[in-house]
Design a protein around this ligand. Structure first.
Ligand SMILES: [Zn+2]
Length: 177
């Protein structure tokens, strides 16, 4: 987001030169430069044997299931976000977090840091912001996540990473790699 006014004091920002960035919106009162940065969030595929943890949140996608996701809160590491969001949304504790790469979502200016993680312990105990959460077989995941293109990319990476080779995993995949 390009800032026009200072979020701290409300003054109109002026342009200030910053090396390679060129002119950056700047508040002379607070001495802060407001760089045009995306909002970081995490997307996590939680794996337990041949199952994956899927959620239903209609405000994200009406007819699709999705992976655990959430914003990185100021003050925590991205790894802490992964543990916290999985625990908050599903009640599950994870371990062995692996980074799978990032995806950019222009419509929401989100930089999505994607991960897989192993189930460690806990029973499913969903938060109120989640309508439904349960384990689904990996081979059905891509079929159940029709609308969620970024989530499906994460699942494809997981399948590749664990060497999952059941053909059925890809029957709903028109983007087979
Ligand atoms: Zn200010």
């Amino acid at each position: 987001m390009k800032f026009k006014y200072c979020p701290k004091c409300g003054n109109e920002l002026i342009g200030k030169y910053s090396w390679d960035e060129g002119e950056v919106p700047y508040c002379p009162v607070d001495d802060i430069m407001y760089f045009d940065t995306p909002k970081p969030c995490v997307v996590v595929a939680v794996i337990k044997d041949n199952n994956i943890l899927l959620l239903k949140q209609s405000y994200i996608f009406k007819d699709s299931k999705v992976l655990v996701s959430g914003y990185v809160t100021n003050g925590e590491t991205v790894e802490e976000t992964v543990y916290r969001e999985v625990k908050e949304e599903t009640g599950i504790m994870v371990s062995n977090i692996k980074y799978l790469g990032s995806e950019y979502l222009p419509s929401k200016e989100l930089i999505m840091l994607t991960f897989m993680a192993d189930y460690l312990e806990g029973e499913i105990n969903k938060s109120d912001e989640v309508e439904w959460v349960d384990w689904r077989e990996l081979k059905n995941a891509l079929c159940e996540m029709k609308e969620d293109e970024i989530g499906k990319n994460v699942v494809r990476k997981v399948l590749k990473k664990i060497g999952y080779d059941e053909e059925k995993a890809y029957i709903c995949d028109n983007n087979k790699k």
